[in-house]
Design a protein around this ligand. Sequence first.
Ligand code: GLP
Length: 261
Amino acid sequence: MTEVVIVDDSEQAGALVAGAMVRLITEKADAVFGLATGSAPLPVYTALAERVSRERIDVSRVRGFALDEYVGLDVAQPQSYRSVVVREVVEPVGFDPRRVHVPNGALDTIQGEGERYEKAITEAGGIDLQLLGIGTNGHIGFNEPSSSFASLTRMKTLSRQTREDNARFFDSPDDVPMHCITQGLGTILRARHLVLLAFGEGKASAIARAVEGPLTAKIPASAVQLHPRATVIVDEAAASQLTDVEYYRYAWDNKLEWEKI
Ligand code: GLP
């Protein structure tokens, strides 16, 4: 089943996931992380940066693959996911930027970029831990509703809802690119461990449908139910529409230490 962990706040979630990442790096110096943008993973990056600096953890061999990127947006723009990943993850944590990959959204090479990105992930030995946020319409990465559960990295058209949700990062809603390139649901399902984070009331419906609803392409995040090791970390507000909360808490409280994320 999907492991659901209900935390007090995003800071606690950040500490929990950063702990799992540090453990991985200790076991495997060139661990491969799947990196998500958006607000939900930020507390993870903050906690990880703090631990890396305080405990002088060597992250020079760690590798990363971002989930997605806008198509046709200059990577030098602050809204490009390449810029976001450098600013919010690579620089604060101290990863080697040459080892952190973001799909290339340049229009002139977009055909074939999906295959190149898949090949790079495969050659890296696959993703050990994939971080995920969730859109209000249930998307993960930029896999909008109707995405195939078998999809691999490819170009997609962003939904109106997602463009509206992301308009806050741009001067005007019309500036939000129409297209993106994203790891597919099939790509995400190949990662060895999925960690989906969601905070706040606005994500409650998407979380309930993803975790407890039927498997459906209408809610791309419901794909996590197919994964043998998926952890969903939510605060009380994002958990507010789940029906089995009591069981999730009970299961977490009775887990053996090594079983926990
Ligand atoms: C974007 C990203 C997703 C992210 C989503 C939600 O659409 N492509 O990876 O999960 O935003 O972001 P937030 O966590 O800021 O709500």
